[in-house]
Design a protein around this ligand. Structure first.
Ligand SMILES: Cc1cc2nc3c(=O)[nH]c(=O)nc-3n(C[C@H](O)[C@H](O)[C@H](O)COP(=O)(O)O)c2cc1C
Length: 229
């Protein structure tokens, strides 16, 4: 076991305890802990061990500045310009699961389905990073497609589980791919670096209603086939 392996809970416990948190305390993650969890994520597998992820983490004044810029764009109605394409509309069973997910979240937030203003306010919370003290932007080369984005996804879940094991809460955020130019400018990134998605993280504020949200999963029969002849 090396110096960064400090198990605080079993892997299975981390898998089941991780959940998306959408309200954080104004308490920063110590730098050493932050380095540990990112080092653990770094052990994720990837195509030919290319480790195609490139992660930038904003804290402090930079995080505040990015929040203000994202909010400014949202308030101005600036169309999003993601680097990577996203499915425009979920259909069939996927749509059903999306609706269930929204119902669970808005139910806890006491926002009715027809409450457009309430929903807009809730959407804006994304761009406030749910008050998280840190926000990571997971990037990769813009020439990479879906197969390489898989590696970034594997890295992301490794990161979120490593955080869970350290008592750090997180929320993966596709919404933060909407204005990648802001991220490139903030970090002085080359134009070829694209933002795949964000992850905000910090410590769960248990007073925030959204944090009571619990999502379910469909049964294995719906997503896995085991066959031996
Ligand atoms: C790639 C990705 C992007 C996501 N984007 C957002 C987002 O922009 N805003 C948000 O509130 N939740 C976002 N989520 C969180 C999902 O809604 C959440 O993972 C899902 O409902 C399952 O709930 P759980 O994470 O609590 O298990 C995202 C999750 C993933 C994996």
């Amino acid at each position: 076991m090396n110096a960064i392996s400090k198990p605080t809970m079993s892997l299975v416990d981390a898998i089941f305890q991780r959940r998306s948190v959408r309200g954080f305390l104004p308490k920063t993650v110590p730098e050493e802990t932050m380095r540990d969890v990112f080092e653990q994520a770094q052990q994720a597998p990837s195509n030919c061990n290319t480790q195609p992820w490139y992660t930038v983490v904003a804290s402090g004044d930079l995080r505040d500045s990015l929040r203000d810029q994202f909010i400014g764009r949202a308030m101005a109605g600036t169309p999003s310009e993601p680097d990577f394409s996203y499915v425009s509309k979920f259909e069939g069973v996927y749509r059903g699961r999306q609706v269930d997910c929204a119902a669970a979240l808005y139910g806890e937030m006491e926002i009715a389905r027809d409450d457009k203003a309430g929903r807009s306010r809730a959407a804006l919370r994304n761009f406030e990073f749910f008050d998280a003290p840190h926000v990571a932007f997971l990037c990769m080369d813009r020439s990479f497609g879906a197969t390489i984005a898989v590696d970034v996804g594997i890295y992301a879940q490794t990161l979120m589980l490593a955080m869970t094991a350290q008592g750090i809460s997180s929320c993966a955020m596709g919404s933060l791919r909407s204005h990648p130019d802001l991220v490139r400018t903030a970090f002085g990134l080359e134009e070829n670096i694209g933002v795949v998605f964000g992850i905000c993280f910090g410590y769960d504020d248990s007073e925030v209603k959204a944090n009571n949200t619990r999502t379910s999963r469909v049964s294995l029969d719906e997503t896995v086939v085991f066959k031996d002849h």
